[in-house]
Design a protein around this ligand. Structure first.
Ligand code: FES
Length: 236
């Protein structure tokens, strides 16, 4: 075990765990967009930045291993300021439209913008890339105008489903998630398992089957048995 102080609380952490894992273990809320405990860490969104005493720059909690006598602040003024800037940078390419978005009320980006009081981006002057929304398949709607490039969908497709149907193409502002040769999902190795929808933190990937059938806060989750492949997995 290692000893670590987070927000003034002295805690013990299993050796090898990250700052984020310890925070979660002790109920300390740290915002994350690109982290999923089941997937390889990417450290790309930087929403989880924290201040570590003695380090000159903010550290991504999801990618920082705990060390003995480490002193961490998760909501210091510098951290809050950095998260606001990060949200503005994300909004610079996020074509919002929360009013009609299927994820309204169940969107991490929306939650964090609300939490940190960020309503618009000061970095959107150059214009946002615009992507067509239509993808001719019966199951998954892909609206990359709402994508924050967390790559959770890519990692889920790679390591949970092992379909490897999608990846990142282009660079910088033009970077986006796409199938090989940027074609339709139906022409790729996608098996339409829906894992990408489950991990997407925004409305970039949604189910066409549930479209218009109720917002997240209007529907009740129940346990059910998936009939897709015959294995009989229990899902919520
Ligand atoms: Fe840590 Fe995205 S959650 S960098």
């Amino acid at each position: 075990m290692v000893r670590i102080t987070i927000n003034g609380r002295q805690l013990e952490a299993p050796k090898g765990s990250t700052v984020l894992e310890v925070c979660r273990l002790h109920g300390i809320e740290v915002p994350t967009l690109c982290y999923d405990p089941e997937l390889k860490p990417a450290g790309s969104c930087r929403m989880c930045v924290v201040e570590v005493k003695g380090r000159p720059t903010l550290q991504a909690a999801c990618a920082t291993p705990c060390e003995n006598d480490m002193v961490v602040e998760t909501e210091s003024p510098a951290v809050v300021e950095a998260r606001k800037v990060i949200l503005e940078l994300l909004l610079a390419r996020h074509g919002g439209n929360c009013l009609t978005c299927e994820k309204n009320g169940n969107c991490k980006l929306q939650d964090y913008c609300y939490r940190y009081g960020v309503a618009e981006s000061g970095f959107a002057e150059g214009g946002r890339p615009e992507y067509p929304v239509d993808d001719p398949n019966p199951f998954i709607e892909r609206d990359y105008n709402k994508c924050v490039m967390c790559t959770l969908c890519v990692r889920a497709c790679e390591s949970i489903t092992v379909a490897r149907a999608i990846g990142v193409i282009n660079r910088g502002h033009q970077a986006k998630i796409a199938t090989a040769f940027d074609g339709n999902l139906a022409d790729s190795s996608c098996v339409f398992c829906g894992q990408c929808i489950m991990v997407c933190p925004t409305g970039a990937l949604t189910s066409k089957l549930s479209r218009g059938k109720g917002r997240a806060y209007e529907v009740k989750k129940v346990l059910t048995t998936c009939g897709y492949c015959g294995t009989g997995c229990t899902l919520e």
